[in-house]
Ligand binder design. Structure first.
Ligand code: AP5
Length: 230
């Protein structure tokens, strides 16, 4: 399975990517997570992009494409991947097409997650994450059983909120999505790869919709790479 998850901030790209990777052992490549990891580790790349992420604008194409190309070169991508947050511009979509062509890899689909802007603001403002394992939560839609403890890894007092999840940066991120990312939808439509799911549905229904695109209901579809140990 080699797919791109497309959608505005808060559409649920990360949520669905985590569910699918856990279930099928496909690599999750999230551009935002890679940038945040670099910021956390204070690498040269992290220092370069920190203010850009805080403001909610896009990191220049050249930097982003280089980072993703290096990630796709890793051996764990051979059996399949989910790209989350990349591509985000037409130039990135063209660069990805070129990268995959060189590797003789074909994309299965670009899955657009459609969600209303009003819902996105509510989702983003309620989001928090376990900094120990990366599990995502929400004040309303996905609360941990114990308010201070991660359901997944058991870490206590490790919940954090992203610095770009404030009202101003969210407005910028939404504007950037409409002006710079939406134009890539026709790119994938022309190639017969664009599929759309209703991202407003409950999380498990969105997962089912994505799986149904590949002929699966609650089981790996033909062509999915299943974890050997899972
Ligand atoms: P990035 O980290 O990619 O952020 P984003 O696209 O803004 O996406 P989010 O992570 O905010 O949302 P999501 O769709 O993953 O939603 P989630 O699953 O968390 O990028 C951050 C920044 O990095 C960018 O602004 C830019 O600066 C830079 N960057 C990244 N990629 C780049 C690129 N290619 N080029 C240039 N710059 C780049 O869900 C949100 C919340 O909703 C969660 O709390 C979740 O629990 C809840 N939720 C999810 N699904 C549902 C549902 N179905 N029903 C109810 N609640 C739900």
């Amino acid at each position: 399975m080699r797919i791109i998850l497309l959608g505005p901030p808060g559409a649920g790209k990360g949520t669905q990517a985590r569910i699918l990777t856990e279930k099928y052992g496909i690599v999750h490549i999230a551009a935002g997570d890679l940038f945040r990891e670099n910021i956390k580790n204070k690498t040269a790349l992290g220092l370069q992009v920190e203010e850009i992420l805080k403001a909610g604008t896009l990191v220049p194409d050249e930097i982003t494409i280089k980072m993703i190309a290096a990630r796709l070169d890793q051996p764990d991508c051979k059996n399949g991947f989910i790209l989350d947050g990349f591509p985000r511009t037409v130039a990135q979509a063209e660069a990805l097409e070129e990268m995959l062509k060189k590797k003789a890899i074909k994309l299965d689909a670009a899955v657009q997650m459609a969600v209303d802007d009003d819902e996105l603001v509510e989702r983003i403002s309620g989001r928090f994450t376990c900094s120990a394992c990366g599990e995502g939560y929400h004040d309303k839609f996905k609360k941990p059983h114990d308010p201070d403890t991660c359901d997944k890894c058991g870490a206590k007092d490790k919940f954090t909120r992203r610095p770009d999840d404030n009202a101003e940066a969210v407005r910028t991120r939404l504007g950037v999505y409409h002006s710079q990312t939406k134009p890539i939808l026709p790119f994938y439509e022309e190639r017969g790869l664009l599929k759309t799911v209703d991202g407003m549905a409950p999380m498990k229904d969105v997962t089912a919709q994505i799986l149904a695109l590949f002929g699966a209901k609650d089981a790996p579809a033909k062509g999915f790479q299943v974890k050997k140990n899972g």
